[in-house]
Ligand binder design. Structure first.
Ligand SMILES: Nc1ncnc2c1ncn2[C@@H]1O[C@H](COP(=O)(O)OP(=O)(O)O)[C@@H](O)[C@H]1O
Ligand SMILES: [Mg+2]
Length: 287
């Protein structure tokens, strides 16, 4: 990894004045640390010795051209496609992420571009899909009665916590919702179960201007709740609007890290097309 070192004065400027965006990294350990991640598909080296970290309460934009390795990296973090080599630390502890269950147990949730919602079901049913709450024993357990009022209450609470106010009926099929609302339902589902890190793959790709703004507010809300967030986006305006740090992959390598507050679109685009200045890889913190 080559980290674009910020001049001391610029880096320091984000540490002062109570900037809420910068407070997350004062002294703390990263929520997630990926070290030396490599993944090869036949002759294609999709990821080459990638280091990547995310802190609680920050939004990291993961950017790069098509084929740069973004999806491969998030699939590794989500346990869908374990890397060939490399290690993970979560909340400071070395962890194995070899299956989606491993990631979920740690509190890592991923919202993929297709959202994986059931269109014919309502918001409540989608939020609890596969993790339905059952009513009080013994009768409910015997009859497989679901705790509908409880699920409805928790769904409403969750949407309110995320400041999602436009979904008028939590029982209408999600097919009837707008693209932004559907993204909100997918995010609400991902964060319903004690998520600590949420990965969003192109959350605004299919959305118009107003709905994009809604989703960006939602991401900021997650950050305000102290979650770590990784956003993949091709939209440089979205990247600058919502992220605290910008990590650039280029042909499988982590070539640059920028502080959003102190960088320019030109610098980021330059790194995306392979113009990042070379820097030596940082030594890894000893276990
Ligand atoms: N399952 C796979 N089989 C073979 N090659 C793959 C597979 N997944 C990804 N690749 C290759 O790995 C590289 C990185 O892909 P990917 O992570 O999807 O990039 P990005 O998401 O940044 O567009 C590309 O060259 C891609 O063709
Ligand atoms: Mg991809």
């Amino acid at each position: 990894m080559k980290t674009v070192a910020l001049p001391a004065a610029r880096a320091g400027s984000t540490q002062e004045g109570g900037d809420p965006v910068a407070t997350f990294r004062r002294g703390g350990l990263p929520l997630l640390e990926c070290h030396g991640i490599s993944k090869q598909f036949g002759a294609v080296r999709a990821l080459i010795d990638v280091d990547f970290d995310v802190y609680s309460g920050e939004v990291v934009a993961l950017v790069g051209d098509n084929g740069a390795g973004k999806s491969t990296l998030i699939k590794a973090i989500a346990g869908i496609q374990p890397p060939d080599t490399g290690s993970f630390r979560f909340e400071g502890n070395e962890v194995k992420i070899q299956s989606p269950g491993d990631a979920t147990r740690l509190g890592i949730e991923t919202v993929y571009q297709d959202l994986a919602l059931c269109d014919n079901l309502g918001t409540v049913a989608n939020l609890f899909l596969g993790r339905e709450l059952v009513g009080p024993p013994p009768l409910s357990a015997l009859l497989h009665l679901l705790a509908e009022p409880e699920m409805e209450r928790r769904a409403a609470d969750q949407l309110r916590d995320l400041r999602v106010t436009t979904i008028s009926s939590v029982h209408s099929p999600v097919a009837t919702l707008s693209g932004g609302q559907r993204q909100a339902v997918a995010v609400a589902r991902a964060t319903l179960w004690d998520a600590k890190l949420v990965i969003l793959d192109e959350p605004t790709a299919a959305l118009g201007v107003t709905q994009t703004a809604t989703v960006l507010e939602l991401i900021k809300q997650l950050r305000a709740q102290g979650l770590g967030i990784v956003v993949i986006s091709h939209n440089i305006d979205v990247v600058f609007e919502v992220s605290d740090r910008i990590v650039v992959l280029y042909v499988g390598r982590h070539v640059a890290t920028f502080e959003q507050a102190t960088t320019t679109r030109e610098e980021v685009v330059g790194a995306i097309v392979g113009l990042a200045p070379a820097e030596p890889k940082q030594p890894h913190r000893a276990a």
